[in-house]
Design a protein around this ligand. Structure first.
Ligand code: SF4
Ligand code: SF4
Length: 140
């Protein structure tokens, strides 16, 4: 998801080019707004309705409009726009706002996890396959 860091940009401690794209895989819901659908429609040269139908769906549990997903070679599923070999976004300039903002801090926890496990396992090629789910719990 990230861009190359150039002078003037805040320093970051992760390198998306060296990551299998956890963020495009482990979140089942990548939320899209009307503006995001418009951007997709423009990018692919199709109508708003066609873009909405082809690239998004309504998530049953949350009722949100999200990007469609597909089977992956590493994780169970990933965003339909991930290049599964290069592990990069195929619609970088047309990606949704949530993708642009992520991880919204100087560190990426999944990149840290990757480096941590590669050190722990003493293997520069090992991939920790993690999944994340969210559950509401009531405070006692
Ligand atoms: S999980 Fe983090 S390091 Fe990996 S592609 Fe996403 S933002 Fe980049
Ligand atoms: S649109 Fe691109 S950056 Fe966003 S989840 Fe899909 S592949 Fe990743």
């Amino acid at each position: 998801m990230g861009e190359k860091i150039t002078d003037g940009q805040p320093r970051t401690y992760f390198d998306c080019d060296k990551c299998p794209a956890f963020c495009c895989a482990i979140y089942e819901r990548v939320q899209v707004t009307k503006r995001d659908v418009n951007r997709l429609a423009k990018h692919f040269g199709v109508s708003y309705e066609a873009a909405e139908k082809r690239y998004t769906k309504i998530d049953r549990s949350s009722g949100e409009r999200v990007l469609r997903r597909k089977q992956d070679t590493i994780f169970d599923e990933v965003c339909m726009f991930l290049d599964q070999e290069k592990r990069g976004c195929t619609i970088y300039h047309a990606r949704p706002a949530v993708c642009r903002e992520y991880p919204a801090r100087s560190r990426c926890v999944y990149y840290d996890l990757l480096q941590f496990e590669r050190n722990q396992q003493d293997d520069v090629n090992v991939l920790p396959l993690v999944q994340i789910t969210f559950r509401e719990v009531k405070e006692k």
